[in-house]
Design a protein around this ligand. Structure first.
Ligand SMILES: Nc1nc2c(ncn2[C@@H]2O[C@H](COP(=O)(O)OP(=O)(O)OP(=O)(O)O)[C@@H](O)[C@H]2O)c(=O)[nH]1
Ligand SMILES: [Mg+2]
Length: 425
């Protein structure tokens, strides 16, 4: 029997901050009409950083909030540098796979707790006019604009693993419990073995979420393959916390304590390791046990040393304390497992790459750095545009366009910017 896979998905947009613009400014001193340029640089835009966090268990939050933006860098003011924009850290469950929706590329598998991934980098701050002096240009009247931030539309996908398993005899009320605490709607009936494959449900409690699996009922001999035996116990292997659901007032008048011991024995025979995992006892159907009998029953269960929760999945009684304890127990289990943290170093790959490609109606210059150069130029400022032209020439782009056969008046596109070529050799 294949394990049922429960896929959680969300579509999310991440936007990094744009850089602040550099300033055009000149020293001012008494009796000096115009000093040298001292315009400062704009601040850098904030990055959006994804971080794998095992305390996150589902993508539920991303359905409520599908957009995350980092802060823009501030513009420079005169000779004062603009402040950098604040970055944003977005926590995703360990195991989340990030796919770029525009290209279909898998960008990252966030498979290690603590791992960080800069999904969009903040735009660089623009340079102030003090950077543009030269022997022939002592009073540059232009500065650089801040670079745009990046927008990345992603799909997040997560294979849900159940954090919590509901185990117990058939008819104990496991399926009724999961349907009361999650959106899962399994079949419920008053005969044993109603559930034949595990059902998963996402439970939202407090600030967090966790995943619960409703298991088929176990019976004596399950550890040896009786009933649906091993197949069910295999699912339990993935649960870090077990809630043992015990009918407090069984219709067959069996003893709840003996029923409890029977299942615990099967768990132990199957695996000592699973048996040693944290256990909560849910005494179910307390709406149908006379309250005079309940006290004595509870006392007998206390001997086992696990927290006890009297519940009724039908009336809702006792469910909140149970969920609270599950959350606390999961947090404890998390804290005990050692985390490996890897922080990948951002590759500056492809930064310097550029090329000229011929298009139907002219030529296009491609390359991240070149496009950014144009994006950061104040195209309304003639002096800035002349400066851009000289830089493009120095990098060799004008030469390459000539080699590609460009002629006077042909169209050249760089990013969103288009101009017609004039050969000023
Ligand atoms: N009065 C009362 N009845 C309940 C409660 N919870 C479950 N039941 C009833 O108990 C019966 C069995 O419930 P299920 O939730 O199907 O039990 P299960 O543990 O999932 O059973 P299997 O799938 O066979 O292992 C159904 O008739 C439920 O309506 C409860 O809190 N109070
Ligand atoms: Mg069931």
């Amino acid at each position: 029997m294949a394990l049922p896979m429960f896929l959680d998905e969300a579509e999310v947009t991440f936007v990094s901050g744009r850089g602040g613009s550099g300033a055009v400014s000149f020293h001012r001193e008494k009796h000096v009409p115009r000093g040298g340029p001292n315009g400062a640089d704009g601040g850098r835009g904030g990055d959006v950083i994804l971080q794998a966090d095992r305390a996150r268990r589902t993508l539920y939050d991303f359905k409520l909030n599908p957009k995350y933006e980092a802060e823009n860098g501030e513009h420079a003011m005169g000779n004062k540098r603009g402040k950098n924009g604040r970055y944003v850290i977005v926590k995703v469950p360990v195991g989340t796979v990030i796919t770029d929706m525009d290209t279909g590329d898998v960008l990252r598998d966030m498979n290690v707790d603590g791992m960080k991934f800069v999904i969009c980098q903040g735009g660089k701050g623009g340079k102030g006019n003090q950077h543009y002096t030269s022997s022939v240009r002592q009073a540059p009247n232009f500065a650089q604009k801040g670079a745009s931030g990046e927008v990345v539309n992603c799909k997040l996908e997560l294979k849900l693993l159940a954090d919590v398993g509901l185990v117990g005899l058939p008819n104990a009320g496991k399926s009724t419990l999961i349907s009361a605490i999650s959106a899962a709607r399994p079949k419920i009936a008053d005969y044993p073995f109603t559930t034949i494959v595990p059902n998963l449900g996402v439970v939202k409690f407090g600030d967090g979420t966790f995943v619960v699996a409703d298991m088929p009922g176990l019976i004596q001999g399950a550890s040896e393959g009786i009933g649906l035996g091993h197949q069910f116990l295999r699912h339990v292997e993935r649960n870090r916390v077990l809630v043992h659901v015990v009918e407090s007032n069984p219709i067959d008048e069996s003893d709840p304590v003996e029923n409890y011991k029977l299942i615990e024995k099967e768990l132990q025979l199957y695996s000592e390791e699973i048996f040693s995992r944290p256990r909560l006892i849910a005494l179910s159907k307390i709406d149908i046990i006379p309250s005079s009998e309940f006290g004595a029953l509870r006392e007998r269960f206390e001997a086992f040393g696990h927290p006890i929760f009297p519940i009724s999945a039908v009336s809702g009684q006792g469910l909140q304390p149970l969920l609270f304890e599950i959350t606390e127990t999961l947090a404890k289990v998390d804290a005990e497992t050692e985390a490996t943290v890897i922080t990948p170093v951002l590759a500056e790959e492809n930064e310097k790459f550029w090329d000229v490609v011929e298009e139907e109606d002219g030529f296009r210059v491609v390359g991240k750095r070149i496009i950014r150069m144009v994006d950061m130029t104040d195209l309304n400022n003639e002096e800035a545009v002349r400066y851009l032209h000289r830089r493009l020439a120095r990098i060799g782009i004008i030469e390459r366009l000539r080699e590609a056969g460009i002629e006077e008046g042909d169209n050249v596109a760089i990013g969103d910017f288009e101009f017609s070529f004039t050969d000023q050799r």
